[in-house]
Design a protein around this ligand. Structure first.
Ligand SMILES: [Mg+2]
Length: 170
C-alpha cells in the first residue's frame, strides 16, 4: 500500500491503452472509472469507439470491470451496453471497491490495473490497493469545477512515471 498521488502510466484517453502494454505488464484485469474516463458526465450511452475498444480488449482475454463512485443507476446501463460487471458507490480512494472487484474476479493485485481520470480518487485508490495506476485525461471539462480540479491535479499528472499522452488539455 502506498499513499502516492503519482500515476504509474499516463494516457491521453482510455482507448489509447493497448493490449500489448497490458500483456507486457502481466495485467489481466483492468478496472475502469466511469465518469469522464469511459464517458463524459451526463451521457446516456457509451460511444461506438468505446464499445469497440471494450470488445477488442475482451477478445484479447482482458477482463474489464467498472468501479465507479457514482450513485446513479445509469452506471448499470453503461455496464450492460459494454457487457461488463460493475460496482457503484465504490468510495474511491478509500472504499473497498477495488478489493471487491478482485474478490469477484479472482485476480491478484499484480494482475490488475485501475484506469481513471482523477488523481485524488482513481490514482490514489490504485496506489493504495497496490494495483497499477493508469491515469487518463478527462474526456470533457464541461463544468467549471472539472476544470478547476484538473488544474489542481496538473502537477501530479506531470509526474507520471511513464507519460504516454498524445492528447492533452492545455
Ligand atoms: Mg472520473
Amino acid at each position: 500500500m502506498s499513499f502516492s498521488l503519482i500515476p504509474d502510466y499516463s494516457f491521453g484517453k482510455l482507448t489509447d491503452i493497448d493490449v500489448e502494454l497490458l500483456k507486457r505488464s502481466g495485467i489481466k484485469l483492468l478496472l475502469l472509472d466511469l465518469d469522464n474516463t469511459v464517458s463524459p458526465y451526463g451521457e446516456k450511452k457509451p460511444s461506438d469507439e468505446m464499445k469497440s475498444w471494450f470488445d477488442g480488449m475482451k477478445n484479447e482475454g482482458i477482463t474489464l470491470f467498472i468501479v465507479s463512485n457514482t450513485r446513479k443507476p445509469m452506471a448499470g446501463v453503461f455496464a450492460r451496453e459494454l457487457g461488463v460487471d460493475y460496482i457503484i458507490r465504490a468510495k474511491k480512494p478509500f472504499g473497498k471497491g477495488v478489493q471487491r472487484a478482485l474478490a469477484v474476479t479472482g485476480f491478484s493485485e499484480g494482475e490488475t490495473a485501475l484506469a481513471g481520470d482523477q488523481i485524488f480518487t482513481d490514482t490514489l485508490a490504485a496506489n493504495l490497493a497496490n494495483v497499477t495506476s493508469f491515469l487518463v485525461e478527462p474526456i470533457l471539462l464541461n463544468y467549471p469545477w472539472l476544470t478547476l480540479r484538473y488544474w489542481v491535479e496538473k502537477p501530479f499528472r506531470m509526474m507520471a512515471k511513464n507519460d504516454l499522452r498524445r492528447q492533452r488539455h492545455e
